[in-house]
Design a protein. Structure first.
Length: 69
């Protein structure tokens, strides 16, 4: 995954989380992810698996590709 895509994903996840008025901790509990994982995603520090990407997209009720652009 390129840095540009990671940066887009990070921004989109954070923006969507804030729109839902959720803290990182709350989102991590809802998704069943470790809080540090969400933090690293929002800071473009790690790659994500397709399964986790699909889970995030489903929670926010958007298509996966919209998280990446």
């Amino acid at each position: 995954m390129s840095q540009e895509i990671r940066d887009n994903l990070a921004k989109n996840i954070k923006d969507l989380r804030i729109k839902k008025n959720l803290k990182r901790e709350e989102l991590s509990l809802i998704l069943g992810f470790d809080n540090s994982y969400i933090s690293k995603l929002e800071k473009s520090k790690i790659n994500i698996t397709i399964d986790k990407l699909e889970k995030i997209a489903a929670f926010f009720e958007i298509e996966v590709y919209k998280l990446l652009k």
